[in-house]
Every structure is written in structure tokens, then in C-alpha cells.
Design a protein around this ligand. Structure first.
Ligand code: ADP
Ligand code: MG
Length: 229
């Protein structure tokens, strides 16, 4: 398993009591698999990704990334593991307005060392492989919403992660573009051997995913088969 949450609990203070955002959540996604987590707004989906992404430590339970139990790791060890193994795609593409598509991908490349020219070649290859040939030097305002999400997905792949954590990638897109993006993620999981956890309340695209989970009030359940097309 590439990313595993075992019996995780996450709470936030809430008035006199606590809000249990993750209620003994377990999840395991292997490489080559696109898993979708659906559920209503406020049910804890983004919190699940924050815990899986080592951004928020759970109160209880364990998160294992590519065989490494992260429970006892220091902050810098967690950061290193995040950089080496994890990629993130958020609801809004979070691109910088002034940068071209290629430069968006180069933003974090310096953290890895190596030659700028190699990073630039990799950025161009990734963008091209995601269907952005001809858009490499465009800035966000010159791209459609779907193209911006593709740039964000390409950016998340720059460090060659084993796990991709994706939060509501289609919420700003129309029907056809949404389907393309989910199809693209499924292709990435299968062809690049990535473990992808995609949070969505978009039920229409779930025929494209390999595994389906539902979140309700912090409780995660696994539905064995994806919804039929
Ligand atoms: P979803 O992504 O499914 O909409 P979230 O994980 O964002 O749900 O939020 C789940 C619950 O946790 C919500 O009730 C939200 O208000 C609460 N929550 C999220 N983050 C925090 C925080 N940092 N402090 C307190 N409450 C939070
Ligand atoms: Mg959310």
C-alpha cells in the first residue's frame, strides 16, 4: 500500500466540547489505483487529505506513506517525506498570475537541487504529456479552467511522487471538462503507477474510479464497487 490511514481520529475544539472531524478513519490506496472519497460539504474530506498529506497530525491512529510509519517523525522528516513522496492538487489551481505554465512547475524545483535546464525539460515534457502542448508559455489568464487544472496536476508531478492527493479538482469545471480531468487522473494512476486519493462531491464521474469511499460526519465507509456508468 502506498498510502494508509489506520484508525485515525482528528478533533477540533468546539465550544465546550470537541468536533470529531475524522472518526476512526481507515483508508488504504495502492499504486496504480484512483480512489474517490465523496460526501457532503463539512463531512471531513479535506481534513482527511490534510492528515494523509502530513499537513495535520491526527490525535490518534497512524499514517503510513510508502511503508514509512509517520507517527514518530520530526517535523523536518515529515516535510522531507512530503516533498519526496506526495503531490497535491487543490480545488482552485493556485497558480501564480504572473508565471507561465512552465515557470509554475519550476517554482519548487530548486528545492530538489539539480540543473535548471533538466527541470525545465521535465516541466515541458509533463505539460506536453497532459495535453498542454502549445500552452507552455501562457499565463493563467490565457488558459481555460480545465487547462489551469492540468497545469496544477503537472506541477504536482514535478517531484515524481508516489501518492497524489487531490481536493475537489472539478468543482469549477463544466461537465465535459470535469470528465476529462477525472479521466486524466485515472490514466495517471494506471500509467504512472500513482496512488491517487481524489476528494469530490461530484458523483457523475465515479464510473471512472477504481475504489469508492463515502464520508459522513467524519466516518469513512468503503463501497466495494464504483457507481455504474
Ligand atoms: P469537507 O472538506 O468535507 O467539506 P472539512 O474537512 O473541510 O470538510 O471540514 C470538516 C469539519 O471540520 C467542518 O465542520 C469544519 O468546519 C471543521 N474544521 C475544518 N478545519 C478546521 C479547523 N482548522 N478548526 C476547526 N474546525 C475545522
Ligand atoms: Mg473540502
Amino acid at each position: 500500500m502506498s498510502i494508509t490511514l489506520h484508525d485515525t481520529v482528528l478533533t477540533y475544539p468546539d465550544g465546550d466540547g470537541v468536533l470529531r472531524v475524522l472518526d476512526h478513519v481507515s483508508l488504504a490506496v495502492r499504486r496504480g489505483e484512483l480512489a474517490a472519497v465523496t460526501g457532503p460539504s463539512g463531512s471531513g474530506k479535506s481534513s482527511l487529505l490534510a492528515v494523509a498529506g502530513l499537513l495535520t497530525a491526527p490525535d490518534f491512529g497512524t499514517v503510513t506513506v510508502n511503508g514509512t510509519d509517520t507517527t514518530g517523525l520530526s517535523r523536518s522528516q515529515r516535510t522531507a517525506l512530503r516533498r519526496e513522496q506526495l503531490g497535491f492538487v487543490f480545488q482552485q489551481s493556485n497558480l501564480l498570475a504572473s508565471l507561465t505554465a512552465v515557470d509554475q512547475l519550476l517554482m519548487t524545483a530548486h528545492l530538489r537541487g539539480g540543473r535548471v535546464r533538466d527541470h525545465r525539460d521535465r516541466a515541458r515534457d509533463l505539460l506536453t504529456s497532459l495535453g498542454l502542448d502549445g500552452h507552455l508559455d501562457k499565463r493563467p489568464h490565457q488558459l481555460s479552467g480545465g487547462q489551469r487544472q492540468r497545469v496544477a496536476i503537472a506541477r504536482s508531478l514535478m517531484n515524481d511522487p508516489s501518492v497524489l492527493l487531490v481536493d475537489e479538482p472539478t468543482s469549477a469545471l463544466d461537465e465535459a471538462r470535469s470528465r476529462e480531468i477525472v479521466g486524466l487522473l485515472a490514466g495517471l494512476a494506471h500509467e504512472r503507477d500513482l496512488a491517487i486519493v481524489m476528494v469530490t462531491h461530484d458523483l457523475a464521474r465515479l464510473d471512472l474510479v477504481d475504489e469508492l469511499y463515502e464520508m459522513h460526519s467524519g466516518v469513512l465507509t468503503h463501497s466495494s464497487a464504483p457507481a455504474p456508468a
